[in-house]
Ligand binder design. Structure first.
Ligand code: HEC
Ligand code: HEC
Ligand code: HEC
Ligand code: HEC
Length: 460
């Protein structure tokens, strides 16, 4: 981290000097596109207090290290290398990088408020919405009586609904028509994005009362899993819509999807550093799968949706399947842009409808238990491919379900204690080796063996 930033943060945490706190609420006129910056939220009487409630900014500054240093990493060695390979001037001045690594580009055409500092990385307004038009209003008594859509009109994102939360995270962690991490970026050294909401949500240090949230919604973990997968697949569909439209506009009849959306290991048999394997196009499973990371779990969740939440996911499952098929063909250059655009639009709409239906629907331990059994018991390769993507997503589904079961039923899932060791083993097998940014040592047969052990333990 540049020392200037470190000292800025240190100053803000100790003295709340002028740069950190608005002495009074912003004197600036309310402006819908004004990004006020982290410093605009940190007054001790606002979110800069000492306890968790009222101290959200202090909690964020000290705990959410990844987001707070998201701008700083644009100075590190791999960013410098990336910028060089991509022919960029410098990563930290590049709109393409700042789109996800700062709050600066949070709002197209946004203007910066007096106290805005890009150094704070992914700050408050990246998630809660550009605050120029609501920062003053939200401290007034009347704020509570505004409806969600009135607040949204002012640019405020209410992140309490899991759907709203998932959409925000997906903008940067999956990609959007505004910015993606494509194969060029990855080939230049950017880590591949492999986002799964229940896991990332668990990893995110909270600056809010997460325990209270869990008490209100004991099935939260499973809701995060299902909605997160729906929203991730929707984000992928929305990027596809944008590409298809751009192709149509420029008079190109066919769309070439980006290689980053396919299964890396289909082409890269040994993605290791520093002697990265040369890509070969041989693949035991046929041509590389489109959406190998996001599509299978979304389809499984959609299929399970009725049993689990009493909500029908059939339309979403089938239109996502149709889109995947078209995308698969488009790599060979045979899917027309207009057809792709229609299919992607349909998938996006169906996924959104289904995903919203899960927001407040209820479930119960018995149904979770059945899901857990199915996740472990299925041997069908059409559900979870014997690839790293397929097996990691299955593992994450198992973990989310067992966590939700633990919360709702108050004890370990059925025979789960015996499975703890096996799960730990599975996790080790799926983890990246130390010092690698890719799963270079993934061994499908070892993983399969561990899954079989889980299956046997469940049968007992
Ligand atoms: C679509 C959003 C997006 C764009 C565009 C993007 N990044 Fe990232 N970047 C991410 C996310 C999300 C992560 C964290 C990945 C994870 O850990 O899951 C990340 C991680 C990184 C890391 C690794 C940080 C670490 O802790 O090791 C570097 C370096 C990086 N990005 C640099 C860049 C540069 C340079 C650019 C522009 C050329 C760029 N990024 C563009 C979203 C993006
Ligand atoms: C990575 C996204 C993200 C960032 C960055 C972020 N927040 Fe949050 N924040 C959330 C989520 C998710 C919640 C939980 C949902 C809710 O209560 O609104 C939350 C909750 C809150 C709450 C409500 C707490 C409660 O108990 O109701 C406040 C206040 C808040 N954040 C302030 C801030 C401030 C101030 C910053 C910047 C210093 C910030 N947040 C940065 C995502 C974020
Ligand atoms: C404006 C873009 C943006 C948004 C919105 C965003 N993130 Fe991030 N997130 C990033 C970037 C960039 C990084 C990597 C930064 C770094 O390495 O320091 C990151 C890192 C993380 C990490 C650390 C990952 C690791 O490998 O250790 C977690 C966990 C995370 N984000 C969760 C979330 C969740 C959950 C949400 C939604 C509530 C969210 N993020 C919203 C951009 C974003
Ligand atoms: C259809 C085949 C294909 C798929 C799928 C694919 N790649 Fe590639 N990749 C290539 C080819 C060909 C190159 C060499 C040309 C280039 O740099 O674009 C390459 C280059 C790379 C490089 C640079 C290698 C080096 O030695 O500099 C990295 C890293 C990489 N890919 C990672 C990935 C990741 C991660 C994924 C999955 C998200 C992926 N690739 C998906 C074919 C593929």
């Amino acid at each position: 981290m540049p020392s200037s930033v470190r000292s800025l943060i240190a100053t803000c945490l100790t003295t709340w000097s002028a740069i950190c706190l608005p002495v009074r609420l912003p004197a600036e006129e309310p402006a819908p596109h004004r990004v006020i910056g982290v410093a605009g939220c940190t007054a001790a009487s606002c979110h800069g207090g000492k306890s968790l409630v009222g101290g959200e900014a202090a909690a964020w500054l000290t705990r959410d290290v990844a987001h707070r240093r998201a701008f700083d990493v644009l100075f590190n060695e791999s960013s410098v290398r990336m910028a060089m390979q991509l022919g960029l001037k410098a990563a930290h001045t590049e709109a393409r990088c700042l789109a996800c690594h700062s709050t600066q580009e949070a709002h197209p055409g946004g203007v910066k408020g007096e106290r805005f500092a890009v150094e704070f990385g992914v700050g408050c307004e990246s998630c809660h919405g550009v605050a120029g038009a609501w920062v003053a209003r939200h401290t007034e008594r009347t704020w509570r009586s505004l409806s969600m859509s009135q607040k949204a009109d002012l640019g405020f994102h209410d992140l309490r609904p899991v759907n709203a939360r998932a959409e925000k995270c997906a903008e940067c962690h999956v990609g959007s028509p505004r910015a993606t991490v494509d194969h060029d970026l990855i080939a230049a050294g950017h880590p591949r994005l492999a986002f799964e909401l229940s896991a990332y949500h668990a990893l995110l240090p909270k600056h809010w009362d997460a325990a209270a949230e869990l008490q209100r919604d004991p099935a939260q973990e499973l809701r995060l899993w299902a909605i997160g997968n729906a929203v991730s697949a929707k984000a992928l569909s929305d990027v596809a819509v944008a590409r298809a439209e751009a192709a149509t506009k420029s008079g190109t009849k066919h769309v070439t999807p980006d290689l980053a959306e396919f299964d890396c290991h289909a082409c890269h048999h040994d993605l290791t550093e520093p002697t990265r394997g040369r890509p070969t196009l041989r693949d035991s499973l046929g041509s590389p799968r489109w959406g190998s990371w996001s599509v299978p779990p979304a389809r499984v969740a959609a299929r399970e949706s009725h049993q689990l939440f009493g909500q029908d996911g059939a339309a979403a499952e089938s239109s996502l399947g149709h889109l995947a098929k078209l995308m698969q063909q488009s790599r060979l250059g045979i899917a027309p842009a207009d057809q792709l655009s229609l299919a992607a639009r349909q998938a996006s709409a169906d996924l959104a409808n289904w995903s919203r239906s899960l927001e407040y629907s209820t479930t119960e331990p018995e149904r979770m238990n059945q899901l857990l059994h199915r996740l472990i018991a299925t041997e069908s390769e059409s559900e979870w491919l014997p690839t790293w993507d397929g097996q990691v997503q299955r593992y994450l589904g198992i973990v989310a379900t067992s966590r939700a079961l633990r919360v709702t039923s108050g004890h370990e899932p059925f025979s789960f204690a015996t499975n703890a060791d096996v799960l730990a083993k599975l996790r080790r097998q799926l983890a990246y080796p130390v010092g690698y940014a890719t799963p270079s040592s993934f061994d499908p047969s070892a993983v399969n063996h561990a899954i079989q052990e889980l299956r046997q333990n469940l049968a007992r």
